[in-house]
Design a protein around this ligand. Structure first.
Ligand code: ZN
Length: 208
């Protein structure tokens, strides 16, 4: 079983196996565990951020004294000490992956953001939004634009007259398409409303 602290080193090792042996897999690896992800979960840490080895040692009360960080042997020894602290048989076994084809497909899959609104991967029904106020289906009043890794379009509710900017992002992951949608009400400046002029298409901005 091979354990690494995050998958970065695993990918480098795979690259080396390709270069030196012409192999697409790591010949001596039968199963794998990303100890960083496992340790973070066991420590109840925020999974959206990767925890560095040093921080994990600190959090677990492991002394780094005498260790030379980013040296292969010392990093391995520290990682082993972390494993001893967080190890629990059932969760550990559940986190181990056999190094089969599915494992390599998953680990080498490049997550991409879909930037073509006509992509066959996008279901047309996903592009609809409902009014947050009255629940009606909104009518799209502009073309879709791709900006900041997401699509934007303007919408209007025929029921209550509200205007919205819809944002939608399609992320193609190994598991499938992940969709994030957000609707923001657009309030017209009073002057424009009074003059009754049609709004020029506004540039949708992504919220911070
Ligand atoms: Zn409405």
């Amino acid at each position: 079983m091979l354990l690494t602290w995050s998958t970065t080193d695993l990918l480098v090792l795979m690259e080396n196996c390709r270069f030196f042996y012409g192999e697409q897999t790591i010949p001596f690896m039968h199963s794998y565990l990303d100890l960083q992800a496992y340790a973070q979960r066991r420590m109840g840490a925020d999974m959206s951020q990767q925890m560095g080895l040093s921080r994990a040692c600190e959090a677990l009360g492991i002394s780094e004294e005498g260790s030379d960080l980013h040296r292969a042997l010392d990093d391995s020894l520290l990682t082993a000490q972390i494993l001893m602290k967080v190890f629990e048989p059932a969760s550990f076994e559940a986190a181990v992956s056999p190094a089969n084809q599915e494992f390599y497909d998953r680990i080498t899959f490049k997550t991409t953001i879909i930037s073509d609104i006509d992509s066959p991967l996008i279901q047309r029904s996903e592009l609809r939004f409902a009014c947050e106020n009255c629940g009606r289906n909104l009518k799209r009043t502009s073309e879709w634009k791709f900006r900041n890794r997401a699509f934007f379009a303007e919408f209007h509710c025929a029921g209550c007259g509200k205007d919205y900017t819809g944002r939608i992002q399609f992320k193609q992951k190994y598991e499938g398409i992940e969709i994030k949608k957000r609707l923001a009400e657009r309030v017209k400046p009073e002057a424009e409303e009074a003059s009754g002029q049609a709004d020029p298409p506004k540039e949708a901005k992504e919220e911070p």
